[in-house]
Write a protein that binds this ligand. Structure first.
Ligand code: ATP
Length: 752
């Protein structure tokens, strides 16, 4: 991270933005954010078309951009300003031409969105800049005063690449969308493979990085994954693969999916190709095996909600970095770490990235794996546990504990994924998982049964909640009955996967443990709700799926207005948390967002009506307003509809759309599946540890600054909003999205 102090005198008058290398979904969001943020800071943005090809060519390839030039591109895949690979830019002559084209336009700052090659090229241009200008002066192509007036080229990079292989950022723009494409394909292949009892070998992108292969395998319950960083440990991996597949069939697996990263290799460095894996399965086992190479499908399609937000956040911060002059001394990379935007020296990140490729070439696999970070290693180990045909035999001295799993509150996508991971992990650690059917009423009524390894087969990808869930707070009358169930079923610990209401129910049991000693068991709560309104965690499982549902539906709603001038008031869920509204607004490019945290005032509505009518008067044709369902009791969605309809007069008509339960339904997104699995494994570990140590530690599991943490359940109430709203007291991290959303929509809140 840089800590260079601000140097506003280095603020550029003009900046250029380009996309380069392979295209990635979300690049458009980044370009749009760069342009609009630059305009908001009085910097003239230029779009450089076709990457370095356009920079070298100049002319119409480098043109000034207005806010409307980047309108209507947020939802589009790829990059609207084009990308290319340029051989000429690799030469000094090419870079001299590029420098002349920039300096003639007064461009002294660049935002480059691309992979490590593109960022290296940009860094070269920036470091050669004074010499290139001197050469241009010497050749008579540039006047000395012009060269003197442009002493440096500031540079900020954003990684746009589907490989997720760059240091300096936890996620690269485009990775999450690629994961969506791969997961969709794997889900589809699972159903056909299952129908025919077939095996599929799927090849996914990743020459030096197994991220996409590993995470898609984890998110879909694939049986085996080959990645470049972790070659099979045994020389006879072929035999191990055959054995695993044969065992899976024996235990009732109807399909086998093997995921192969394109750069996978064995420990001798010999490539493991999808064809080789197919031959092992079909010749060795007589399995009907097909190969599918996903190829460019992985790059295509509309960007996911996460990539739209990541692109927007990085673009916004990249321009602020340039405006503050912090990149004047050294080129910077803007990325995300533990959910915070960070900057770090660009070339150090590029060099570390390249070092992994070097380690792989030298077969130093353990070091390469370690450099990928603990989350990657943990995901790999979890994957290996969950895909077994059956659990490992328990240690002789493990005393089997009975751990019940219950849902609480409303439905959230990811519940089945979490239960699957928990059940298998409990079994693998030598304990006994019990299912409580129908939520806390099921616990009261003794609706409890044992689960086996294969009873959760296929649950990884299913929306809904197979165990059932209910909003229910146990009363004083319910508690003795719940205590009886716990005693009768010899329940040693409870894992609750659920929403805010589930937390309330779990906390009621925890508080009642003195009166009912049977309730004195460790309870661990795993946050599963689309609303993102639970204390002790920044993310809840299900919110990403809901956000993607909002994005997909708002895209469709916008398309429906093609031939009219129209404003949509879209109501999203979230109860008293504004996460879905704010993040949904940023990811869909909404004009206004109303959240429960901010509320709605008459002054604000008056201002918004004026701004919206002024925009339509000057030619705008489409508007989207997002209102979180709990934003205000009086200024409801129908109220907003009526207000804008009346005030819009002949300028536009208004439609309202309450998205409703599409946000809770559907199969969980890859991110929610991965997090549900990760959380469930950690919760089971926490439960077992506290059972072993007899500390009876009841806790809330959460993700805080990118780390899985446990907070005592007894703190639940103290962490809630003191004014009684159903959300945490602490200001939510997503409030950081508000200024970005406001800048993107061009709303002027000066007078409010
Ligand atoms: P991807 O990860 O999709 O491959 P990338 O940015 O690494 O993206 P490259 O093909 O390596 O893609 O680079 C894109 C362009 O950046 C090249 O065509 C070239 O114009 C420029 N470039 C790359 N490396 C250099 C370099 N060392 N010097 C100058 N320019 C470079």
């Amino acid at each position: 991270m840089t800590d260079a102090s601000d140097n506003p005198s280095a603020k550029p008058h003009c900046l250029g933005v380009l996309t380069s290398g392979g295209d990635a979904a979300g690049m458009n969001a980044a370009v749009r954010a760069v342009v609009r943020t630059a305009l908001s800071l009085d910097i003239q943005p230029y779009l450089i078309h076709e990457g370095y090809v356009g920079m070298v060519a100049g002319g119409d390839a480098i043109i000034t951009a207005s806010s409307s030039d980047v309108g209507g591109i947020l939802h589009k895949g790829g990059t609207s300003i084009g990308t290319a690979r340029s051989e000429e830019f690799r030469t000094r002559d090419g870079r001299r031409k590029a420098a002349l084209n920039l300096v003639k336009r007064d461009i002294t700052a660049l935002v480059v969105i691309g992979g490590d090659g593109s960022l290296t090229g940009a860094n070269l241009l920036s470091s050669e800049w004074p010499e290139l200008l001197a050469e241009l002066v010497e050749a008579g192509e540039l006047e000395q005063p012009a060269a003197d007036a442009h002493p440096r080229l500031q540079l900020v990079g954003i990684v746009g690449s589907i490989d997720n292989d760059m240091f300096g950022t936890d996620m690269t723009v485009g990775t999450d969308s690629a994961l969506h494409r791969i997961t969709e394909a794997l889900d589809a292949l699972h159903s056909t493979a299952s129908s025919h009892q077939r095996s599929f070998v799927i090849e996914v992108m990743g020459r030096n990085c197994g991220y996409l292969a590993l995470m898609s395998a984890l998110a879909t319950g694939a049986q085996w994954v080959f990645i470049p960083e972790r070659p099979p440990q045994t020389a006879s991996w072929e035999e191990a693969l055959r054995r695993t597949v044969a065992k899976g069939r024996e235990h009732g697996r109807r399909q086998n999916i093997v995921v192969v990263a394109e750069g996978a290799r064995d420990r001798y460095g010999v490539s493991i190709t999808s064809e080789r894996v197919r031959d092992i399965l079909s010749e060795g086992l007589g399995e009907d095996t097909r190969v599918t190479i996903l190829g460019h499908v992985q790059r295509g399609g509309s960007p996911s909600a996460f990539d739209r937000m990541l692109g927007s956040r990085c673009g916004y911060h990249a321009v602020h970095e340039l405006a503050s002059g912090r990149a004047a001394e050294e080129a910077q990379l803007v990325g995300i770490s533990e959910n915070r935007i960070i900057t770090s020296p660009l070339m150090a990140a590029v060099e570390r990235t390249r070092s992994v490729a070097g380690l792989l070439k030298e077969k130093r696999y353990d070091e390469a794996m370690e450099l990928r970070g603990s989350g990657f290693v943990e995901a790999y180990e979890t994957m290996r546990t969950l895909v077994r045909g059956r659990p490992r035999p328990p240690d002789e001295d493990t005393e089997a504990k009975r751990i019940a799993i219950v849902h609480g509150g409303g439905l959230s996508p990811g519940m089945n994924t979490g239960v699957r991971a928990a059940v298998r992990y409990i079994l693998d650690r030598g304990h006994i998982p019990l299912a409580v059917k129908g939520g806390f009423p099921g616990l009261r009524d003794g609706n409890v049964e044992e689960l086996g390894w294969m009873s959760v087969h296929g649950w990884v990808s299913h929306g809904g909640a197979e165990l059932g869930t209910k909003r229910f707070t146990p009363t004083a009358d319910d508690l003795p009955r719940i205590a009886r169930t716990i005693a009768e079923h010899h329940i040693d610990g409870l894992l609750m996967l659920g929403t805010f209401d589930g937390y309330v129910a779990a906390e009621v049991l925890h508080q009642a443990r003195k009166r009912h000693p049977e309730l004195d068991i460790p309870i661990v709560c795993l946050p599963m709700t689309i609303s993102n309104d639970i204390p002790a965690t920044e993310f809840t499982i299900g919110a990403d799926t809901a956000l993607n549902a909002i994005v997909e539906n708002v895209d469709k709603i916008k398309q429906s207005a093609v031939a009219s001038t129209r404003v949509f008031v879209v109501e999203v869920m979230g109860k008293e948390s504004g996460y879905l509204a704010l993040a949904g607004g940023l990811a869909t490019g909404a004009e206004f967002v109303y959240t429960p945290e901010e509320g709605i005032s008459l002054d604000r509505l008056k201002d918004d009506v004026e701004q919206l009518t002024a925009r339509f008067r000057s030619g705008q044709r489409l508007g989207v307003i997002i209102r979180g369902e709990g934003a205000d009791d009086v200024y409801t969605t129908p109220f907003l509809w009526a207000l804008f309809e009346k005030e819009g007069g002949q300028l536009f008509d208004v439609r309202q759309s309450i998205l409703g339960h599409v946000q809770q339904g559907g199969d969980p997104s890859p991110f929610d599946r991965i997090q549900a699995t990760r959380f469930a494994v950690r919760c089971v570990d926490h439960l077992i540890d506290s059972l072993d140590s007899d500390t009876q530690d009841s806790a809330m599991c959460g993700l805080v600054q990118g780390k899985v943490t446990f907070t005592p359940l007894s703190r639940f109430r103290d962490m809630l909003d003191p004014n009684g709203a159903r959300r945490p007291a602490q200001e939510a991290w997503y409030e950081h999205l508000r200024p970005i959303a406001t800048t993107m929509s061009g709303v002027d809140r000066g007078q409010l």
